[in-house]
Design a protein around this ligand. Sequence first.
Ligand SMILES: [Zn+2]
Ligand SMILES: [Zn+2]
Length: 260
Amino acid sequence: MNATLTILGAGSALPTWQNTPACQILNLGDKSFMIDCGEGAQLTMRQMGVKVSRLYSIFISHLHGDHCFGLIGLISTFDMMNRTQPLHIYAHGDLEKTLRPLLDYHCQNLRYELVFHTINPRHREVVFSDRTVTVESIPLKHTVPACGFLFYEHHRDSEPRKRYAYVSDTMYTEKIIEQIQGVDVLFHEATFTDEWESRCQATMHSTARQAGRIARLAEAGRLIIGHYSSRENDHNVFLREALEEFPATELAVERQSYAF
Ligand SMILES: [Zn+2]
Ligand SMILES: [Zn+2]
């Protein structure tokens, strides 16, 4: 089955004129999954005409604002759009705790069901599974509990089964390699260029070169890098440094879709 990844936000903590914070939509089989929901996600979705009728679930990697500040607006907008299907949110338990007062105040009479699923980012576990797709958490190393997500098809017929790994905010860690080995597409955060390596370590992020190294060691089919720091405006620097480690590297470009 065809899979498509659409980048809604490829930036990091500080929004810039070029980039909004992290958000992606993965279409796998007949379903859409949102991954992270940075501020501005719903605007980009509406501008792009992204269909939300097949969007049942949102996976949040960690609770830094650039990965979840878009949720409250999106939840409210879905209600105004007369959504009736439930919306499932998979995240660290503190997300519900912090969102609940906002929901109680701003979204008292939601006409659709909002279902929170608590995940423990420290452990690798199946967080979602249905007839055709499974999602596993990928424990990461960041300043707060964080995990990536591995999506894979498991239908019975002989069609090739697509695997996509989303590795959000993390310092360089080879621990993830075994889990993401041979994925068709790997998204790996690449917040900094070599020039900012000490800043990278202090904030527990990765450089583009490190993302390339992980893709090479994991023998990924393709690597897409993003979560760019606002300190570097020229994204070609990220690309150049990652390419030295892994030739099949592409930049995450907002509003662009990647079929695989
Ligand atoms: Zn981030
Ligand atoms: Zn973070």
